[in-house]
Design a binder for this molecule. Structure first.
Ligand SMILES: Cc1cc2nc3c(=O)[nH]c(=O)nc-3n(C[C@H](O)[C@H](O)[C@H](O)COP(=O)(O)OP(=O)(O)OC[C@H]3O[C@@H](n4cnc5c(N)ncnc54)[C@H](O)[C@@H]3O)c2cc1C
Length: 312
């Protein structure tokens, strides 16, 4: 029979790592189950300016390295597995992964969110062949090429700025006629000579032969379609999509209470199921950031500890 952990955390992003730090320091036996790369969404970004006390040149990976090291220091165990099903109703919670089954007295769901795709023909086919959701991961492939950024919020504009370090030209394609990003970020974008804008526009189709070679863009006001083609010498270009995120919560459907795909918690991160907590981007909240994810994780771990004390 597998080990019965005090706390099993689903997701190794900022919320999960912070929960592991707090649980570990409280001497609770703790396991983090992560399905992919440790660190979650934030490892995709090259610059974080808003994590309190962050380094002068803080990136997602540098911050996550330190968070992860802190969780290790206090004894958190880590495993690479994807949770696909679970039984949370009993005193002992059972989590079924692709590789193994895990037992826990308490569960902290910190499974976060993932990028929203454009949803147009060709997008899947050209993902990794021109289409990307991660500037930090893929910008270097577009050194001196043209790239397009789809979106107009903070992430889109920040990543467009980052891409200017590599690409020779970055065009932001936005469905409205004004950006939604914070004013300070907008100012940087408007001042950057490498950045151009395609307003009131949406991507309708991505095309090519092996590599992305052209894209059909629609003007939402005039309905005019334009085919944007790769420069002949380049043969291809990049499309970076930053139009939002959706919760990675399908597997928790019917297990805990949800609202629009996000898990409902109280201020103590308690879900409607005894001994089950949710933390970070996956829960209903007003600000999805590293600082709030870390705070949620800390609260959830402390509450998990209290629950164990009261129920033993
Ligand atoms: C490009 C970009 C730039 C950003 N910039 C900033 C910034 O400058 N400042 C800031 O504060 N925030 C920023 N954010 C937002 C920030 O990254 C998130 O708010 C934060 O990562 C949320 O943390 P989380 O732990 O809740 O979730 P996530 O980071 O999404 O981590 C969840 C983890 O759970 C794992 N997981 C999911 N389902 C399962 C499963 N079934 N089984 C096992 N594991 C699973 C995932 O693989 C993932 O690693 C940015 C996000 C992006 C994408």
């Amino acid at each position: 029979m597998s080990k019965l952990y005090d706390v099993v955390i689903i997701g190794g992003g900022p919320a999960g790592l912070s929960a592991a730090l707090y649980a570990g320091r409280a001497r609770l036996s703790t396991l983090i189950i992560e399905k992919d790369k440790e660190g979650g969404q934030i490892v995709q970004t090259a610059e974080i300016e808003n994590y309190p006390g962050g380094l002068e040149e803080e990136s997602g990976p540098t911050l996550i390295d330190r968070m992860s090291g802190q969780a290790d220091k206090f004894g958190a165990e880590k495993v690479l597995d994807t949770i696909e099903d679970m039984d949370l109703g009993g005193k002992e919670k059972i989590l079924k992964g692709k590789k193994d089954t895990y037992r826990a007295k308490t569960v902290i769901i910190a499974a976060g969110a993932s990028p929203v795709p454009i949803g147009c023909p060709g997008e899947k086919e050209f993902t990794g062949k021109g289409v990307s959701y991660c500037a930090t991961c893929d910008a270097a492939f577009f050194e001196d090429f043209e790239v397009y950024v789809v979106g107009g919020g903070d992430s889109a504009v920040e990543e467009a700025l980052y891409l200017t370090k590599f690409a020779r030209k970055v065009t932001i394609i936005h469905r409205r006629d004004a950006l939604r990003a914070a004013k300070s970020i907008q100012e940087k974008a408007f001042a950057n000579e490498k950045i151009a804008f395609m307003w009131d526009s949406v991507v309708k189709e991505l095309k090519g032969d092996g590599l992305l070679e052209s894209m059909v863009v629609e003007n939402v006001k005039t309905k005019e379609l334009t085919e944007v083609k790769a420069d002949e010498e380049d043969g291809t270009f990049g499309v970076f999509v930053f139009i939002g995120f959706k919760p990675q919560s399908a597997v928790f459907e019917g297990k805990v209470e949800m609202e629009n795909g996000y898990i409902v918690t109280d201020a103590d991160m308690k879900t409607n199921v005894e001994g089950v907590y949710a933390a970070g981007d996956i829960r209903v909240k007003s600000l999805r950031q590293v600082v709030t994810a870390a705070a949620d994780g800390a609260i959830a771990a402390v509450q998990a500890g209290k629950y164990i004390e009261e129920n033993e």
